[in-house]
Design a binder for this molecule. Sequence first.
Ligand SMILES: Cc1cc2nc3c(=O)[nH]c(=O)nc-3n(C[C@H](O)[C@H](O)[C@H](O)COP(=O)(O)OP(=O)(O)OC[C@H]3O[C@@H](n4cnc5c(N)ncnc54)[C@H](O)[C@@H]3O)c2cc1C
Length: 497
Amino acid sequence: MRKHILVVGGGYVGMYSAMRLRGLIRSGEVSVTLVDPRGYMTYQPFLAEALGGAIEPRHVAAPLGQVLKGVRVLTGRVTRVDHGARTAEFQPVQGPARTIAYDIVVMAAGSITRALPIPGLAEHAVGFKTIGEAVHLRNHVLAQLAAAASTDDERIRRRALTFVVVGGGFAGVEALAEMQGLADEALRYHPEIGPAELSWTLAEANDRILPELHENLGRWTVDVLRKRDVDVRLNARLTSAADGIAELSDGTRIDAGTLVWAAGGRPNPIGAASGLPVDGIGRIRATEYLTVAGVEDAFAAGDGAAVPDLTRPGEFTAPNAQHAVRQGKLLGRNLVAYVRGRRLKPYRHAYLGSVAGLGHHQGVAQVYWIKLTGFLGWLAHRTYHLGWVPTARHKAAVLADWMLAALFRRETVRLEAVEHADEDFRQAMAALRPPAPEQPGGDARPAQTVETGGHVHPAPAPPQPGGEVRQLPAAEQDGQDGQDGQDGQGVRRTPAA
Ligand SMILES: Cc1cc2nc3c(=O)[nH]c(=O)nc-3n(C[C@H](O)[C@H](O)[C@H](O)COP(=O)(O)OP(=O)(O)OC[C@H]3O[C@@H](n4cnc5c(N)ncnc54)[C@H](O)[C@@H]3O)c2cc1C
């Protein structure tokens, strides 16, 4: 009978395993269903360049339905796997949950952002793991510059021009470098802001950044960032973000308009929630064949799995794209062998090294014993990652983006309106409502909510005379309503130009 394979997650492992499986299997031998909440695979190493504007965000996403012809792609989340019953609970993006029966499961749900109970973190920080976050941050940085250029309020201006990134791994360092590159570019169009007014801080809990690279390369990167006026703080943990003020364990307090949380990930909890064997940090225990240890008909790999590293006995492979992509391909091959009752192949890959882009045509790379910095490091970063972009179409699109950015400068258009796309329409609809009756006391207020098709939206403010006035984020309002009181209490302020 035809086996049904369920792949949970459409990232590196999910997409590459399904691709390889599809390439090797005979038609009718198995049926494959892949579940992913987004419906596209994200090429995360280029998220920072999407943030910075060197790459169009769509070009770092591979639509799973298009890439995986012959695979049934469902958009939604697997909330739990009952492997004893060979069923998974599936929550589609719309409509009620349902149960999917399978014969073999592939657990490829990766990792999630590491959350810590830090006051104010949930309200004031932005993560950096998804395309949505990269696009949001890009719009946000540009919006902060526009806000600073348009206000007379010194505190709002300083706050808008203050950026803090927490986490000195690849994600944090690359995000900060690209944000700075984007801001430099945008400042050309805001002559009223001096470059020295911008304040950049990178906070890292350990005594070094980029731990995947040789220590010297980490130090070199710190020097480069400091030369760019980034305040790199080592041994400094974020202890609070309450009221949008980033407090570090070294006593620094920074009133920041932008706080990026890039302090790493943790294994997706779905493995533990499904009763599969997990290790102390929640990774599904896998064998070198990428099967789940001690469990039949189950495979796991990538960031969410503890895969033995045969090149370093006793250790597990690191959570990175280099392993995930190779594990995905081998997993696809092993699935075919498993279905046909053949021998599985063990995973063995000696870590090649790492590359990171630092914007401004600078980068850092370590390939085996070869260390590259500056322009060569940047070239190595781009060449290496371009080679791994999933499809020929995406490779061509990324190359074209780079060429356009080199020829015509980066795009600095701010599309934050996309994040509130229904605002104008709601305002137009609100104009249809009869005016609210006068309240006793004469203060006529707009209704609090508008209900449309089951959704409840805050009622838009009535149009202001003299043009559109946007509501400031709550954090910025705090500063306006006179509750500041932080000056003179040790809050570091960006020096005025
Ligand atoms: C900003 C950033 C930069 C990075 N840069 C580099 C780099 O330069 N070099 C490098 O080697 N590595 C890098 N990495 C790490 C690399 O991207 C990961 O190691 C790799 O993506 C892991 O692959 P994976 O398949 O295990 O997980 P992912 O690629 O994260 O895929 C997991 C998938 O599972 C889906 N999913 C989650 N929950 C569910 C659920 N309940 N049901 C169904 N689907 C679910 C997710 O939507 C996602 O598509 C970076 C990571 C980030 C965040």
